[in-house]
Design a protein. Structure first.
Length: 117
């Protein structure tokens, strides 16, 4: 098993289920999702271009501004961001997710690491 460093991405991760809209030519991302993806890319540091090809586990702590958002709603957004910054080749290689939800009213963020298996 290869453990990668734990990093922090600042900003409130949007729930993908609530931020995709049906349009004339299929689905499109909301401005909130696009903004978060850009912030994620700029902050992903050690994970950018890591290109994990094999199976991996994701350990993530999510700090929301309130208890209102669902924990599971952010998982697809984060996995897509990891794929976009080329931290992982494909999110279908994720075999385990350990996620915890916390509240930090003034500093929303995610803290995560990936372990290759």
């Amino acid at each position: 098993m290869k453990e990668h460093p734990r990093i922090t991405i600042y900003g409130q991760v949007p729930s993908k289920s609530n931020n995709y809209k049906a349009g004339e030519h299929g689905f499109y991302k909301s401005a909130a999702v696009e903004k978060y993806e850009g912030q994620f890319f700029l902050q992903c540091g050690a994970y950018r271009n890591l290109n994990v090809e094999g199976f991996f586990e994701l350990y993530i702590d999510v700090y929301y501004t309130s208890m209102r958002p669902d924990l599971d709603g952010m998982l697809k957004a984060v996995l897509d961001c990891l794929q976009q910054c080329r931290a992982i080749k494909n999110d279908n290689r994720c075999v385990k997710i350990v996620a915890q939800k916390f509240v930090d009213k003034y500093n929303p963020r995610i803290e995560f690491n990936i372990n290759e298996i």
